[in-house]
Design a protein around this ligand. Structure first.
Ligand SMILES: Nc1nc2c(c(=O)[nH]1)N[C@H]1C(S)=C(S)[C@@H](COP(=O)(O)OP(=O)(O)OC[C@H]3O[C@@H](n4cnc5c(=O)[nH]c(N)nc54)[C@H](O)[C@@H]3O)O[C@H]1N2
Ligand SMILES: Nc1nc2c(c(=O)[nH]1)N[C@H]1C(S)=C(S)[C@@H](COP(=O)(O)OP(=O)(O)OC[C@H]3O[C@@H](n4cnc5c(=O)[nH]c(N)nc54)[C@H](O)[C@@H]3O)O[C@H]1N2
Ligand code: SF4
Ligand SMILES: [Mo]
Length: 711
């Protein structure tokens, strides 16, 4: 019998403690109301210091997802053309036999690298999320996929400058007096941090928002700085220029806790506000004001969003931002410093899930941004990819070069398996679709990349139909393939027990048993009123200091931090990197395609998840592109009419939203809408490039030029 059957399911007449599964910094603690075995309501846990009783618009009807009539509840086999979405039900046995037989046949013909897994963060749970399946594909010898969708370049820069530190506790932001929100639409993408910032603002903090778009967060800031996309590095270097030339840096902190100040000072000497003004479009006097206020107001904190990395020089931009707090001694104070990705505080036991030792040394690695090219042959691969397995991801929507992906997925000789809740744009091309459980039906343990709490998710109800958790999917597949390593037999209970390094100091006082009582627990760290992790330096870098001159980049060149690689090893793509922060201008310029397209997150969808749910679609509306009134007028575009957005990679149709919320020369189309619901069957990733940013193989979604024309 399945391992799942052995697991205790909580009595279902009460409130069950759960956790939002999504790839979102908030990792909300949920309370699920269960009546007669059916989940009738989800709510935020009012006792949780950040969730505070509220879930966001993406998730507050999660039970409707679980009981959606559109859900895939049985294994399906394709009966129509690829992409048509026509399937018939088959049994789990038939599905597993077909998959195992086809994998074996393709491997016999081409070798194991002909199989390629594609997965990301459909769920963020440690059991069912990022690394589930890695061990299976390593054992199979499949092509290894690099997953650098999100924060990889930022993490390389962060680690190379201040180390793998969690930085400022988000809850400590309440103590900050100067808060720079740099490339984050917090109210949409990190909702539960906003009340903390709003409270600081009420207590007198100045909130600055640096973003080409005057979105709902920028509208609540005290100062919105609408710089040109991809020029943040110039702004940050110019801030350092002002701070150093006016003697506003913290000499003692710099002396005791940094490396390379003299070289940094020399480097930024030419980065004057006048120079940066030309790059950014921000008046030089504003740059001076920003630098002075930032350097002289304590505590000062910079919250960087993920989008900061998505252009040619994204890595070096984060390098510069990571230098600023040490330069002004912001780390001395509770609430001062840098807030990037507090996930570093969580001692997750990743290698126990990834099992890199099962991989065959030398197995080829393909980055998922190249999926379209890998499938169409534009990226020559020997052996070619002839079997694809997609789970926890929807590459048709989230990966660049959508047209190539669609063309690749339509190949007759490609065998595609997709595990999901719904018939996504990707699943419509599958040969076999497998039904996955939702968070209300599975066990998981959640880390967070937005706060210091561990959260347990207990299944509230029995799985609908024949859906199974990803853990069980790979147990079944491993058994079919005859893999007998112990790992492939571990039950969910046993996997939970190894999800964290429970003996790490941060886990002191936290056990699975205690989490079953409380649902969530704060890591064993000083409280948000006392946490100043780098007041005395102690950066987890080779020197123990903030490295203005980065020894890691000097020694290794560019690198990808282990978390983003299925192999769980550090990886050097090669090439040398200047160890001092510097400015790299946007790659795409405006000769043929004059408008800079940004594709940030949708307010009502979580990546492509919820992108086909009725309530969320109502809130989000049809796919839109926001364009400045002057740019619209020059093109004869009027509000509410369809326009075509295009470049030499592809095109998509969207409704024009004419608004001065975007700067001149910038257009915005949020990602997450499904292609099947789009006017011409394409969405924003039809025009985005596969090209990497300078560090960490990050994407360059913001470094995209397009033209917009009426249709
Ligand atoms: N509602 C909602 N919330 C989400 C998600 C979602 O899909 N929907 N997804 C989750 C995930 S996976 C992630 S990674 C996070 C990401 O959340 P954020 O870090 O907030 O990232 P984005 O929404 O992509 O972009 C944020 C802002 O960056 C701006 N921006 C783009 N390019 C540049 C630039 O070059 N410079 C500057 N200064 N700003 C720029 C955009 O205009 C946008 O307003 O959100 C998470 N939360
Ligand atoms: N243009 C553009 N592209 C982007 C971004 C952008 O800002 N702009 N953002 C990038 C970023 S930051 C990210 S994080 C990625 C996100 O990329 P993905 O992590 O691929 O995100 P989703 O689109 O939500 O796809 C997840 C899929 O997994 C499914 N799923 C959820 N839970 C489970 C489960 O338990 N089991 C199984 N089998 N399936 C499940 C969902 O139904 C959904 O179809 O997108 C990237 N792509
Ligand atoms: S998506 Fe984010 S904000 Fe919304 S409920 Fe989940 S964790 Fe909370
Ligand atoms: Mo992300």
């Amino acid at each position: 019998m399945t391992a799942l059957d052995d697991l205790p399911i909580t009595p279902t007449t009460t409130t069950v403690r759960a956790a939002c599964p999504h790839d979102c910094p908030d990792t909300c603690a949920m309370l699920v109301t269960v009546e007669d075995g059916r989940a009738t309501k989800v709510a935020g846990d009012p006792e949780h210091p950040l969730t505070r009783g509220g879930l966001c618009v993406k998730v507050n009807n999660y039970q409707e997802k679980t009981y959606s009539p559109d859900r895939v509840l049985h294994p399906l086999q394709r009966t129509g053309a690829k992409g048509s979405g026509r399937f018939e039900e088959i049994s789990w046995d038939e599905a597993l036999d077909t998959i195992a037989d086809t994998f074996r046949a393709r491997i016999a013909e081409h070798g194991p690298e002909t199989v390629m897994p594609v997965s990301y963060l459909g769920t963020q749970g440690i059991l069912n999320g990022l690394s589930v399946g890695d061990a299976f594909f390593h054992k199979l010898g499949a092509t290894i996929t690099e997953r650098t969708y999100c924060d990889s370049g930022s993490c390389t820069a962060h680690v190379a400058t201040i180390g793998a530190t969690a930085g400022v506790d988000p809850e400590s932001l309440v103590h900050a007096r100067y808060i720079i929100i740099w490339a984050s639409n917090t109210i949409s993408t990190n909702l539960h941090l906003w009340p903390v910032i709003a409270e600081a603002q009420k207590r007198g903090a100045k909130v600055v928002c640096i973003d080409p778009v005057r979105h709902r967060t920028a509208q609540r800031a005290d100062w919105h700085i609408p710089l040109r996309p991809g020029t943040d590095g110039a702004l940050a270097l110019a801030m350092m220029n002002v701070i150093i030339s006016e003697g506003l840096h913290d000499e003692a902190y710099v002396r005791d806790h940094t490396v390379g100040f003299d070289e940094l000072a020399e480097r930024v000497a030419t980065a004057t506000p006048e120079w940066a003004s030309e790059e950014t479009g921000i008046p030089a006097e504003d740059i001076r004001t920003l630098a002075r206020e930032y350097a002289t107001t304590d505590p000062a904190v910079i919250r960087i969003g993920v989008a900061i990395e998505r252009h040619a020089g994204g890595g070096q931009t984060v390098r510069a931002l990571a230098c600023l707090p040490a330069l002004v001694g912001a780390w001395r104070h509770v609430g001062g410093g840098l807030l990037q990705l507090p996930l570093w505080a969580h001692p997750v036991n990743w290698p126990a899930f990834i099992h890199p030792e099962l991989a065959t040394p030398g197995t080829r690695v393909v980055n998922q941004f190249l999926l379209g090219r890998a499938l169409t042959g534009d990226l020559p691969l020997d052996p070619p990819i002839t079997a694809l397995m997609v789970y926890n991801s929807n590459p048709m929507v989230v990966a660049p070069e959508q047209e190539k992906i669609a063309r690749g997925l339509a190949r007759d000789d490609l065998f595609t398996v997709v595990s999901d809740h719904f018939l996504t744009d990707t699943a419509r091309y599958a040969d076999i679709v497998l039904p996955a459980t939702t968070q209300l039906e599975q066990h998981d343990l959640m880390f967070s990349w937005g706060h210091f709490y561990v959260t347990l998710n207990v299944p509230a109800v029995e799985p609908e139909g024949e859906s199974i958790p990803n853990t069980e999917l790979f147990r079944r597949l491993a058994a079919r393939m005859g893999f007998d390593d112990e790992y492939f037999r571990l039950t969910d209970e046993e996997l939970l027990a190894q999800a964290y390094d429970w003996s790490a100091p941060a886990m002191e006082g936290i056990t699975l048993e205690s989490l079953r009582e409380t649902g969530w627990a704060r890591l064993n760290l000083p409280g948000p009123d006392a946490y100043a992790p780098h007041a005395e330096g102690n950066f987890p870098t080779p020197s123990g200091k903030t490295e203005f001159r980065s020894s890691a980049l000097e020694a290794a060149g560019n690198f990808v931090v282990p978390l983003f690689r299925q192999l769980y090893e550090e990886f050097q793509p090669g090439g040398t990197v200047d160890p001092l922060p510097h400015y790299i201008a946007p790659r795409e310029t405006g000769e043929v395609y004059p408008l800079n397209l940004l594709s940030p997150k949708s307010h009502a969808y979580i990546n492509s998840s919820a992108g086909d749910q009725a309530m969320q679609k109502r809130v989000q509306g049809e796919q839109k592109v926001t364009i400045h009134p002057a740019d619209a007028e020059a093109r004869g575009i009027t509000d509410g009419r369809y326009v075509e957005v295009s470049n030499d990679r592809g095109k998509f149709v969207a409704l024009a939203d004419v608004s001065d919320e975007v700067s001149l020369g910038v257009v915005v189309c949020p990602m997450g809408s499904w292609a099947k619901n789009a006017k011409d069957g394409s969405t924003v990733n039809a025009v985005n490039p596969f090209v990497f940013a300078d560090l960490g193989n990050a994407p360059t979604f913001s470094d995209t030029r397009v033209e917009v024309t009426p249709v």
